[in-house]
Design a protein around this ligand. Structure first.
Ligand SMILES: NC(=O)c1ccc[n+]([C@@H]2O[C@H](COP(=O)([O-])OP(=O)(O)OC[C@H]3O[C@@H](n4cnc5c(N)ncnc54)[C@H](OP(=O)(O)O)[C@@H]3O)[C@@H](O)[C@H]2O)c1
Length: 298
């Protein structure tokens, strides 16, 4: 397949490109020259500029587009609402229209932040009710994609931890750096997500595309944990000082000051549908962290 990937300089896009390049022709849609040497064919794409979307896709003429690019920090989205709306919602809808015109399959990456977090362990049939602007724009994009291209794939991702050739996830790197320098970290005991290992995320998305799936899918890691428990497991597996990890609660004034966007309480995802419809099987957090440790000690 000829696959155009947006957001290839990001965490998920870079890992996905590495997973798929073994079997497919990859074209990277990027907004600035890549800093690293790479062998991907490239097209320019700026999601702030709607005209480039049509030009980019028509120049590449892919069989499939995997749309990983977006404004991904909930706090940045809250502070830059207009730009967030354009990048996450309008540009995604525009991409879906072009994909329909050239009959390309679209895979859109959405988020667990489309849920309110009141229930947890969400299935695809559960009603989304985002409590922050990031979640609202991703939900608007999902709705547009599903309406314009009913045969597309919309994959809702949980928190992705890991390292690709180009970068790692910020949460894990911050914990490792802090503990290595003897600094305390405060992690929330009352906020839950289904942390998923980056390599698993790339393999699951590849399976959805390659196995011809259509529709809405939830991806989750092997288990649901609080941010605090995840940090403790990371410290244990990496041999770091876990006594530096201090449990905190989201209603602590110090925690509330850290974020501009509301953080939902429990947005863990149920991925039974994905497991049923593909050959994908996720690692547990312990196995994922053991894999990640090899990158840090390499
Ligand atoms: N990582 C997670 O834990 C997670 C969880 C749930 C959902 N998701 C979703 O999964 C997708 C990938 O996430 P990620 O963590 O890999 O994101 P990321 O690391 O933050 O990367 C974002 C990517 O989007 C590109 N981008 C941003 N604005 C752009 C613009 N105006 N025009 C063109 N490209 C632009 C960035 O390019 P530059 O390098 O040029 O800035 C970068 O390649 C996103 O849609 C996100 O909402 C991720």
């Amino acid at each position: 397949m000829r696959i155009l990937i947006t957001g290839i300089t990001g965490l998920v896009g870079s890992a996905l490109a590495d997973e798929l390049r073994q079997r497919h022709d990859i074209i990277a849609a990027v907004r600035r020259p890549l800093k690293f040497k790479d062998t991907f064919a490239k097209e320019r794409l700026d999601l702030n500029d709607s005209d480039t979307i049509k030009e980019t896709v028509e120049a590449a003429m892919p069989d499939a587009v995997i749309h990983c690019a977006g404004m991904t920090s909930p706090d940045e989205c809250e502070q830059n609402r207009e730009e967030c709306e354009q990048i996450n919602a309008q540009a995604t809808a525009g991409l879906a229209v072009v994909c329909r015109e050239i009959e390309a399959k679209l895979v859109f990456l959405s988020t667990d932040h489309v849920f309110s977090g009141k229930e947890g362990f969400y299935k695809e049939a559960d009603s989304p009710a985002p409590i922050n602007f990031y979640g609202a724009t991703k939900l608007a994009a999902e709705n547009a994609v599903r309406k314009i291209l009913p045969g597309s794939i919309v994959a809702r991702l949980p928190y992705i931890y890991g390292k690709s050739r180009y970068r790692g996830d910020r949460f894990t790197e911050w914990i490792v750096e802090s503990l290595n320098s003897g600094r305390e970290v405060r992690l929330l005991e009352d906020r839950f997500r289904s942390h998923c290992y980056l390599g698993d995320c790339a393999r699951a998305l590849a399976a959805l595309l390659e196995e011809g799936c259509e529709g809405l899918f939830h991806l989750s890691g092997g288990n649901r944990e609080s941010r605090y428990r995840f940090g403790v497991m990371l410290a244990e597996i990496f041999g770091l000082d876990k006594s530096l990890i201090i449990p905190s609660q989201s209603d602590d004034p110090a925690e509330r000051e850290k974020f501009s966007a509301e953080r939902p309480r429990d947005i863990s995802l149920n991925s039974e549908k994905l497991l049923r419809e593909t050959r994908f099987a996720p690692l547990t957090i312990e196995q994922g962290l053991e894999n990640l440790k090899k990158f840090f000690s390499a």
